[in-house]
Write a protein that binds this ligand. Sequence first.
Ligand code: AMP
Ligand code: GLY
Length: 423
Amino acid sequence: MNILVIGSGGREHAIAKAIVRSPKVKTVYCAKGNPRMAQDGIVCVDISETDKQALVQFAKEHEISWTFIGPELPLFHGVSDAFEQEGLLVFSPSQRAAKIEYSKDFAKELMKKYNVPTAQSQTFTDFEKAKTYCLEKGVPIVIKADGLAAGKGVVVAMTEQEALDALSLMLIDGSYTNDNDVARVVIEEYLEGEEFSVFSFVKGRKAWFAGISQDHKRAYDNDKGANTGGMGAYSPVPQFDQTVIDDVMMHVVQPIIDGLVLEGASYTGVLYAGLMMTKNGIKVIEFNARFGDPETQVVLQRLKSDFVEIITDILEDKEPTIEWRQSGITLGVVVAANGYPSAYVKDLPLGTLTVPQHTSMELFAAGVTEKNGEYVSSGGRIFLVSATAQTVKEAQQEVYTYLSENPIPQTFYRQDIGSKALR
Ligand code: AMP
Ligand code: GLY
């Protein structure tokens, strides 16, 4: 089989690597991928992740059995629909179903209608009304732009001023990607608790657990600094056991995918539930229409079964066999360019981007390009290094020893990935 992965970051590196491992696969293509992927036998294709026509044509010409779309932007642009329209198999949601990620308003309405536990909220388009509501509710309060905002659409306002600044930015100056050209915000109750995420493979009304992880969204240790795409993750999450997973599958995932079918937006692909364990139980913070980055890099290493067989079976409406490693933990730390998530330095020399062989360590490249035959950085999050060990402490030790022995000037990483599992 030949498989096409769309995207170019660490998540797509991990997905493509899981596909390469399958004996069923001849060639894995990644559009556009990144130059480090070649070391793992992944073939990069120079097509933009939103160029529907070129992607479809490539899939036809290269006898692609199915395509897997990694990031949210192509989903928003209907790349999945373009494949479907040509009769090509794709394990990713339609533009309509992906709305669960790119419209916070749509997601909240769906959760309310189908009784999925989430923070109380109200949606606004009018600045004055939104302001009155915020002042009435008081801080802390959470303000979310209704649209794709590349991780910058959520403001957890601890002061009234922060809340009003966010409203003004999102409703008055707003330039977020949504499908209705009207700036809209969801104003939401502030939830306290510990965050984690659960992934599912979904087809219509059927869902299968696809991993649990905890991301670290803030740039610096102890959850300080700006919100980022994610600075590190581990899987599984010992403080959230099988009972929690069962609860999520039954009370969050099943009702939401049933709801999507009933709304005429049947879902195929990976569904990401971003969750908060509050003292009143599990609440949904957000849904994403895809795997998480950097969660995928650790989650897929927990999979014992053949990833390609799983996706093929689901697409063919057969019951997949999905087995997970039962013991140990996989933990990954992101190395980012100084300045990230604001303006960051680029073109940093990265060396060979390899980890010692015959260890549990893996490296997934994200913001990496090639200049004069050398790897150099091109993105804010540059790569992730992971290790698998019996305990969180041992995995941390392995990753952090490697990172301190292989320093890269003008980069930084969090020193406390996994620490919540040790409390
Ligand atoms: P997002 O950009 O949607 O991933 O959200 C960014 C972060 O905002 C989440 O990871 C949470 O830490 C935080 N957040 C979102 N909604 C809430 C909420 N209702 N209460 C508290 N924190 C929240
Ligand atoms: N790591 C968070 C996300 O992928 O949205």
